[in-house]
Unconditional design. Structure first.
Length: 100
């Protein structure tokens, strides 16, 4: 197993620190760019929504696009697991900090 590398990614207006295998870095960066580009597109088309709405729209777009673009060969279980992980990260990031 390769050594994991730390990587900071920005999705919407949130930064996430991940540890990934070096071979996955290029793919991850491309997907993050695609996600952010789609967020900007949805912000332009649907003013007045909040960031969580835009992220949800991107997830729906991505899953629909994946099914319609001939990528059905992708393991659906793996895709669902990735969406669940992303959803957990978003939920944790959106939780308020405890009062000190």
């Amino acid at each position: 197993m390769a050594e994991l590398i730390p990587l900071n990614i920005l999705i919407g207006d949130r930064t996430y620190r991940l540890r990934i295998e070096p071979k996955d870095e290029e793919s991850l960066r491309k997907n993050v760019k695609l996600i952010n580009d789609k967020i900007i597109e949805f912000k332009t088309d649907f003013a007045g929504k909040d960031m969580q709405d835009f992220i949800a729209m991107v997830l729906i777009w991505f899953s629909t696009e994946q099914n319609s673009s001939g990528m059905e060969k992708t393991d659906i279980k793996e895709t669902i697991e990735k969406f669940a992980l992303l959803e957990d990260m978003i939920d944790k990031a959106l939780q308020p900090f405890p009062n000190k």
